[in-house]
Write a protein that binds this ligand. Structure first.
Ligand SMILES: Nc1ncnc2c1ncn2[C@@H]1O[C@H](COP(=O)(O)OP(=O)(O)OP(=O)(O)O)[C@@H](O)[C@H]1O
Ligand SMILES: [Mg+2]
Length: 664
């Protein structure tokens, strides 16, 4: 194989030549200076030599002359390979000392290969040449070149200096030990340090940077700097290492950018966004609170009225049974009873709506117990219609160690079933429903509880537009056709979750499905046992004190209790009830009291009673939980509450249970 000796003082240049010649099928020997090259040429006798011209020690000319003068190497063809001279400048002298060809380093790899092939083909080295003194000519050429190079260098240095001085960015040049050897005015301006303080290792302490090792390389650092003018600056410091000719690090260029204005603007924008989001949340909460108050207030009054309507419906029904064949024919009374039934049905439907409104307002009277949410999810999923699975796949992923929550199981079931119903209604063309449960811990500030249970109901249905999403939770908001749904599903679910101290969030995009997130605080309390079913003791001889300010409802209660055999004492408010309790001669077995009453309310009555009639139990009647709630918004669990509107049977059962509890 043909061997080429490459002579160049720069490793990177030798590497490039080696690559090119290797590709051309040559064997390459390398020498880093003229002396080494002469030794290698003598011992290895390469087929051709390719040498750089400007080199420390002996340069290309001198090397060529010595190579030619030695009889052992005088016949080896030789090419100059130069970055600094042009071919025309060099050729006369080169030819005179027996160089076959001059190739400029700007030549393409192919041009270099062609030149070597040509040289090998055509050179008829004349053997050792007699030494002809070319020294004077050589020195002239070399001097001219050096002057030209020095001029170019001055020009370039002046350009770079002007650039660095004018730059608003701080620029620091360091040596390989990280000592600053140059600092531009921008660096002084930005840091407020004088250049003599920044030079050497000063810049490192100014920017609080550990002294970099020589091989530290490039990197970016963000720094806060207390400027001597009293301001605080945010700086971005970038360093990039400067490689020397051998690929090692000669030092680094460090740039310092003052990004204070940018960072502050970004921070202001972030804070503004946060304020806006907090304000939007506050407004949404305020809107819901006022809606909830309105719903609760309306529902409270409706419950009393509905209790009266429904009870009188019952009374008419009973009277008709009693009066059948006496006043009317059986046919006629059946017709009237049908009408009464209609009234009662409408009343029951209205009562249902009222309860949903109260639920939305978080004002429903509930009995919170420990609930296993996984069990509730399973129940709800099991009850999904069987034919659903033809178009919709359902998956659940339930955490095995899920924490219990304190809530009303019936209500939670209602909420989950509304939410899954919504999901299914959004997937008319099929899709996937996914219900997952998990424990979340370690985010107390976010949810206000140490550990939180997270339920996620995800569908791949139609999703909601931002406008629908904004109103979806409001009571009576629906996109269904008129009469298809009242639009209470989400509102009541929201109320249920809120009344259990949790949060409900919606995430949805049109065409990309919906995810409902429910977060409920985990409860640690022990399970409360449900009270044993009571025997129903007889009413005969029992006296009940009733306190109710709504005359119509008071009359209804009196009629029901008296008809069942109770003695009844009636009061229009708490104060009157206290007076009766003090003045009545006989025993009083129980008190049945409304909660919200003028003059003295039900809770005050219950508090005053033990001093007058120790041990007499109180049963509250309420359609509205708020008056029963403590400061934390929780119902005191030892209070016994009968939900309005109630039926005759519910009232009698509750009274009997209370009497049995005292007797037992
Ligand atoms: N999973 C869901 N995907 C898409 N839209 C939904 C979803 N859930 C609720 N919505 C939208 O929110 C509206 C309100 O829901 P909400 O459950 O309160 O009432 P509804 O389903 O319309 O009626 P109701 O539940 O009382 O029968 C819906 O009409 C629907 O537009
Ligand atoms: Mg719904």
């Amino acid at each position: 194989m043909t061997t080429v000796l490459v002579v160049d003082d720069r490793a990177t240049n030798r590497e490039v030549a080696r690559e090119t010649l290797g590709d051309g099928g040559y064997d390459v020997i390398e020498a880093a200076d003229g002396r080494q090259a002469l030794r290698l040429a003598k011992s290895l006798h390469p087929d051709v030599v390719l040498t750089d011209m400007l080199m420390p020690g002996i340069d290309g000319y001198q090397f060529a002359q010595e190579l030619r003068q030695d009889p052992e190497t005088g016949d080896i063809p030789l090419l100059f390979y130069t970055a600094n001279y042009s071919r025309d400048e060099v050729w006369p002298l080169a030819e005179a000392i027996g160089v076959s060809c001059v190739v400029e380093k700007t030549a393409t790899p192919q041009e270099l290969l062609d030149a070597i092939a040509e040289t090998l083909r055509e050179s008829h080295p004349a053997g050792p040449r007699p030494h002809r003194p070319q020294a004077a000519k050589h020195i002239d050429v070399l001097n001219a070149k050096l002057l030209e190079k020095a001029g170019a260098l001055d020009e370039s240095e002046a350009r770079f200096a002007a650039m660095a001085e004018a730059s608003p960015v701080g620029i620091i040049i360091t040596d390989r030990q990280g000592r600053a050897t140059y600092v531009n005015p921008g660096a002084c301006e930005i840091t407020g340090w004088r250049s003599d303080a920044l030079l050497g290792h000063g810049w490192l302490s100014c920017l609080r940077i550990e002294p970099p090792s020589p091989a530290a390389g490039s990197g970016r650092r963000d720094r806060r700097l207390a400027h001597p003018d009293g301001s605080h600056r945010r700086l971005t410091v970038l360093s990039r290492s400067i490689p020397d000719g051998d690929g090692a690090t000669a030092g680094s260029v460090v740039t310092i950018d003052d990004v204070t204005a940018m960072v502050e603007a970004e921070e202001r924008r972030r804070l503004d966004d946060r304020d806006r989001a907090a304000e939007a949340r506050r407004q949404a909460t305020a809107r819901f609170d006022s809606l909830a108050r309105l719903a609760g207030g309306v529902a409270h009054d409706f419950n009393n009225l509905l209790n009266i309507i429904l009870s009188f419906g019952d009374f008419i029904d009973e009277s008709l049974v009693d009066a059948e064949n006496l006043l009317f024919t059986a046919d006629r009374s059946a017709g009237i009873r049908q009408d009464v039934d209609r009234i009662r049905q409408a009343g029951r439907r209205a009562a249902e709506l009222t309860h949903q409104l109260l639920t939305f307002g978080g004002k429903e009277v509930i009995k919170p117990v420990l609930v296993d949410l996984n069990a509730v999810v399973r129940e709800v999923v099991d009850l999904l219609p069987a034919d659903l699975h033809r178009t919709i796949s359902v998956a659940t992923s339930l955490a095995a160690d899920l924490g219990a929550v304190k809530s009303d199981a019936v209500q939670l079931r209602q909420a989950l079933s509304s939410l899954t119903t919504n999901a299914i209604e959004a997937m008319i063309r099929g899709g996937h429903l996914d219900v997952t449960t998990e424990n979340l811990t370690g985010t107390p500030s976010l949810y206000g509880a140490e550990s939180v249970v997270h339920i996620r109901i995800t569908d791949t249905g139609d999703g909601m537009s931002p406008e629908v999403l904004d109103q979806a939770m409001e009571p009576f908001f629906t996109t269904k056709p008129r009469g298809a749904g009242p639009g209470l599903g989400l509102a009541t679910s929201y109320g249920i979750v809120r009344q259990s101290g949790g949060r409900l969030l919606l995430e949805s995009q049109p065409g990309r499905g919906t995810t409902v997130h429910i977060y409920l605080p985990s409860a640690r309390a022990v399970t409360t046992a449900s009270p044993p079913a009571a025997e129903r003791p007889g009413a005969a001889g029992r006296t009940i004190l009733v306190a109710e300010d709504e005359p119509g409802l008071r009359e209804v209660i009196l009629r029901i209790l008296r008809k069942d055999g109770y003695q009844v004492l009636a009061a229009a408010d708490g104060r009157e009830a206290v007076t009766i309790a003090q003045q009545h001669d006989g025993p009083i077995h129980a008190v049945l009291s409304d909660v919200v009453m003028p003059v003295m309310n039900g809770r005050e009555l219950a508090a005053a009673l033990p001093a007058i009639r120790p041990g007499v139990p109180v049963l509250f009647m309420s359609g509205y939980a708020e008056p029963l709630m403590n400061e934390q918004g929780l119902i005191e669990t030892d209070a016994t509450v009968l939900n309005k509107p109630f039926t005759r049977d519910e009232l009698l059962a509750a009274v009997a249970r209370m009497l049995a509890a005292v007797a037992g």
